[in-house]
Design a protein. Structure first.
Length: 202
């Protein structure tokens, strides 16, 4: 199936960068992007350079608005610290633990993906799990939970494949905010290009 969006940067290769904050905005960026922060996010990122506001988002922690159009189905970011993430790597018998709640978020993302792919073009979307930490932190067990690092990495790989997620690591919250902004700008650019071609239905 053809994706009508303009190509996004290679997110996984960009995610490997740890020596600079990502700021490679497209040359035609017009600045009309607002970051949306879910009102249920208890410790929201704060190092923003773009306009931002708190708003109830049906799934995920962060999304964006371009002009008056919200991209809350196309662009969804679930943010987790290592402590939060590792607490979500264990299942519980009553099927209502942290893992189950997180996976219900991912299921809602998949439902959005299906709506994008079966609805009118453009079909592009970006749904991401943004982890505050590094793979080295996981391997060294730099988190509160007693779960084995191999189990953590296995859960992340399973989520990536099962729910069609981009998984990116940010060494700190400043980098995490920069990634959200970078993705939002590229998604807004792609949406506007589709809109100019008459491919976007709002």
């Amino acid at each position: 199936m053809t994706n009508s969006f303009a190509p996004l940067p290679a997110l996984r290769s960009l995610g490997d960068l740890a020596d600079r904050v990502p700021t490679n905005y497209p040359a035609d960026f017009s600045g009309d992007v607002t970051i949306l922060i879910d009102t249920r996010e208890q410790r929201p990122l704060v190092d923003w350079t773009l306009p931002h506001e708190r708003k109830t988002i049906h799934t995920g922690d962060y999304s964006a608005r371009v002009g008056a159009v919200e991209l809350t189905d196309r662009f969804i970011v679930e943010r987790k610290s290592l402590d939060d993430l590792t607490a979500c790597c264990k299942s519980v018998r009553n099927n209502d633990g942290n893992r189950e709640r997180l996976e219900r978020e991912f299921v809602r993302m998949v439902e959005c993906q299906r709506a994008m792919l079966t609805g009118p073009p453009p079909h592009g979307f970006l749904h991401a799990l943004l982890i505050i930490g590094t793979t080295e932190d996981i391997e060294r067990g730099y988190y509160v939970s007693d779960i084995n690092p191999r189990s953590v990495k296995a859960s992340i790989k399973a989520w990536r494949c099962r729910y069609n997620l981009e998984v990116v690591y940010a060494p700190n919250t400043r980098f995490a905010a920069a990634w959200v902004e970078l993705w939002a700008v590229w998604m807004a650019r792609a949406w506007k290009r589709g809109s100019k071609k008459g491919e976007v239905t709002t």
